[in-house]
Ligand binder design. Structure first.
Ligand SMILES: C=C(O[C@@H]1C=C(C(=O)O)C=C[C@H]1O)C(=O)O
Length: 103
């Protein structure tokens, strides 16, 4: 790989890594872990939605829901099916600190 731009440096050629880079790498690892946790939580919720849809004879995909989600809209297209209290408990149950062993 000699002479290839961007190729890995040999360890012996590597200058000392500034401590700020080490700190930033640790922060990046923490963010990655949090993202993984959130994606796992999200998957639990969408899987449960899928189970409930299958039980209720609903189609697996609801285009209006996924479209409003990708626009960043928090408003449910089916407000009669949502309540404030259930929403609040859903949010709190997805906190990384409170649900490390709920999988
Ligand atoms: C969450 C809903 O639908 C689900 C949402 C998905 C998503 O956002 O990735 C995927 C599958 C759907 O079953 C819903 O209809 O409320």
């Amino acid at each position: 790989m000699d002479g290839v731009p961007g190729s890995a440096w040999e360890d012996r050629d590597m200058p000392e890594i500034p401590s700020e880079i080490l700190t930033l790498r640790a922060s990046i690892d923490n963010v990655d872990a949090a993202l993984m946790h959130l994606l796992a939580e999200r998957f639990k919720f969408t899987r449960r939605v899928g189970e409930l849809k299958a039980q209720g004879g609903l189609p697996p995909r609801t285009p209006s829901v996924t479209a409003s989600r990708s626009r960043g809209s928090r408003r449910s297209p089916t407000p009669r099916a949502s309540t404030r209290s259930s929403r609040r408990s859903s949010v709190s149950s997805s906190s990384p600190r409170s649900s490390g062993t709920t999988s």
